[in-house]
Design a protein around this ligand. Structure first.
Ligand SMILES: [Zn+2]
Length: 301
């Protein structure tokens, strides 16, 4: 990830930026220069996928790449705004997950990046849907296709590379789907509990049934208090051993998450931790493989 030295002198004047030449539709010469196509992703998850498709021909900035930050509550800063204002491609999850991107896009008047909204790309019914789309591999297949198309139109000289990278990424996604299918083959219909909807697309594709009361995971996700009766009902899942696994979001833990982890451990039910954003020192595909492996070995244990 290279940062243009232009960033420093322009930092004080975001408004000046729109006039600085980034706003016109980029030509191949423009985007094919040393820095590559300028891509901004709301989180390092989408940043990693963009890097997989774009390789050396893209320069990716991920707004959130710190596992201690909760994307649901993130407030963008001036440096983020500058990156968005200079971007040729912006990737956002959408669906209310990373609204800070929309805020920055509307403030970046004069620039006109291609915006890839993963919620729109997913084609999923958005009413009350689970917005953690990066755990949904069919949607990531579609995102890869969109990235190949977008990058190729910005830098046609690299189109064959983008195409090949896209095929490689989709092969890795197919491997991940095979991992889900393997879990399904031996554990279809087994009950699981979650603290947040984060991993639900993966768990559902692996044939597992979420037994958690909706009111519990919704309260944890929104950071509100879980009503006592709902907490009791959730804890009873473990005492009754009606779930084979607890998958919890370790990025937004708290006393109620701790309570369900304790209930699982007390009853000898395995637990798997997942996160919203990608841990440091990995890439999207290895991270998801590790999640699948963790679920698989927890269920086998
Ligand atoms: Zn979340």
């Amino acid at each position: 990830m290279k940062k243009s030295t232009l960033l420093v002198p322009l930092f004080a004047g975001v408004a000046a930026l729109a006039l600085a030449g980034c706003s016109t539709s980029p030509t191949a010469a423009d985007s094919g220069a040393a820095d590559g196509i300028r891509v901004v992703a709301s989180t390092n998850v989408y940043g990693s996928i963009a890097e997989a498709v774009g390789g050396d021909a893209v320069a990716v900035t991920s707004i959130i790449d710190d596992p201690s930050k909760d994307p649901h509550e993130y407030q963008a800063d001036g440096q983020n705004q500058l990156a968005v204002s200079k971007a040729q491609v912006v990737i956002e999850n959408g669906g209310g997950y990373d609204d800070f991107i929309d805020t920055m896009l509307s403030a970046a008047s004069g620039s006109d990046p291609a915006v890839l909204n993963v919620t729109d790309i997913s084609g999923l019914e958005q009413e009350g849907f689970n917005e953690h789309l990066w755990y949904d591999f069919p949607t990531m297949q579609k995102l890869v296709d969109s990235l190949v198309t977008e990058f190729s139109s910005l830098d046609p000289s690299e189109a064959t590379t983008f195409e090949a990278n896209g095929e490689a990424a989709k092969a890795k996604l197919a491997d991940l789907e095979a991992g889900e299918a393997a879990i399904k083959a031996s554990h279809a219909g087994e009950g699981v509990a979650i603290t947040e909807p984060v991993p639900l697309y993966l768990l559902a594709a692996a044939g597992l049934d979420d037994e958690t009361p909706d009111a519990f995971s919704e309260a944890i996700e929104e950071g509100t208090d879980v009503p006592p009766l709902v907490l009791q009902e959730t804890l009873a899942l473990f005492d009754a051993k009606s779930v084979a696994l607890l998958v919890y979001n370790e990025q937004t833990g708290g006393p109620q998450t701790d309570a369900v982890i304790a209930a699982a451990e007390k009853n000898g039910i395995p637990t798997v931790a997942v996160t919203e954003t990608m841990p440091v020192g990995t890439d999207y595909f290895s991270w998801m493989q590790a999640n699948i492996d963790a679920v698989s070995s927890a269920l086998a244990g």
